[in-house]
Design a protein around this ligand. Structure first.
Ligand SMILES: [Zn+2]
Ligand SMILES: [Zn+2]
Length: 365
């Protein structure tokens, strides 16, 4: 199996186009075409993780955090990032990062957090914009069914729990075939009127190339008229954070107690208790304070995230119990998610989870 094949299934799960603009997800070190000897999953990539990969005979590290994030101008080993990259290259270990694209899908980082808390009726907290496109094309009436089928097969026309959604209206198209053309209908040099169906379908932006290829394959014309539009619509299950409900309401103290247990925490930073029962819980793995207004607006009793700064705690302002459980801690189960997913996709292949705790933060208790 080539590394390319592993990347393919990862990007079916979390397309790269769903990463945030500041991110650097994807194949960071290595070559797609290399034969994969084994996969090791990790939250971060450090020199020790590369060493571990070599020892355990894995030449692909699938990590959540991209080791190269800000851009590198020199590679002389002065920082841990440079040394990690150098070591990976020397040892022929590829590094793949599946980062904010994994944060942005319903089956991703936050799903794992929700599972640990037994949250039900989970919904995305803030939908991501710009993930949908619309295709409009015009086909001879008698070919419309074939074109629609091809578009559906390529993944167009899915809206929530429905698929094969399209809108169709018949009308008349005109064209005049030029000298060197090979018109499907009509004569060269003469204006032709054809009864055509205008077909409209919606599709996820990352499928654009596949959809256009299927259009070109199924449509009979030499020159196909079509438009691709950007849409402001969002998809319910694509975006940041997640909100769900506990099976039963509990006290704030009991919630933090069970949080501590489920995430193996030695400490939780939180705002003052509001002295009420809690049931609606919002979560966001990693640095998620930007979603505080969304958590409050969605009526969450508690918002669990990490990397909250001193002044940001004030913004809870008596509306919500804000809890910071630590960045590594909040995303620690992402490794299980990746390991289980890859092992399921490649049952006869070695998919290992790092034995390193890469958390750079220690607690002195
Ligand atoms: Zn994350
Ligand atoms: Zn993170």
């Amino acid at each position: 199996m080539k590394i390319r094949q592993v990347i393919h299934v990862l990007e079916m799960l979390a397309p790269l186009s769903l990463q945030e603009s500041y991110d650097n997800a994807g194949l960071i070190v290595g070559n797609n075409e290399t034969e994969c000897t084994g996969i090791i999953t990790s939250l971060d990539v450090t020199e020790s993780v590369v060493e571990e990969a070599v020892k355990r005979k894995c030449n692909l590290i699938v990590a959540h955090h991209p080791v190269i994030f800000k851009g590198i101008k020199k590679l002389n080993g002065k920082s841990y990032v440079e040394r990690t990259v150098i070591s990976a290259i020397k040892n022929d270990v590829a590094i793949y990062a599946i980062h904010t694209n994994l944060d942005n899908i319903a089956e991703g980082v936050n799903k794992k957090i929700a599972e640990k808390l037994h949250l039900q009726n989970c919904k995305t907290l803030l939908q991501k914009e710009g993930t949908l496109r619309k295709l409009v094309t015009f086909s001879p009436v008698k070919n419309a069914e074939e074109v629609r089928n091809a578009l559906f097969a390529a993944g167009a026309g899915a809206i929530g729990k429905y698929d094969e959604c399209s809108f169709n209206v018949d009308g008349q198209g005109s064209f005049r075939a030029g000298e060197e053309s090979h018109p499907y209908v009509g004569e060269i040099g003469e204006r032709h009127l054809e009864n055509e169906t205008r077909i409209e379908v919606i599709f996820p932006a990352f499928l654009k190339n596949k959809i256009i290829a299927s259009l070109k394959e199924s449509h009979p014309y030499e020159e196909i008229a079509y438009y691709v539009h950007s849409l402001e619509n969002v998809q319910d299950n694509i975006g940041s954070g997640l909100i769900g409900e506990l099976p039963a309401e509990v006290s704030e103290k009991d919630l933090l107690e069970s949080l501590k247990k489920a995430f193996n925490l030695s400490v939780i930073k939180h705002t003052a208790f509001l002295e009420k029962k809690v049931k609606k819980i919002a979560v966001c793995g990693g640095a998620g304070i930007f979603l505080l207004p969304n958590a409050i607006a969605a009526g969450a009793d508690v918002y669990i995230t990490s990397d909250i700064k001193y002044h940001d705690f004030f913004d809870a302002d008596g509306h919500i119990l804000l809890a910071d459980i630590g960045h590594y801690e909040s995303e620690q189960f992402t490794m299980d998610l990746l390991t289980d997913f890859l092992q399921q996709k490649f049952p006869n292949f070695a998919v290992l989870k790092t034995e390193m705790n890469t958390n750079p933060v220690k607690y002195f208790l």
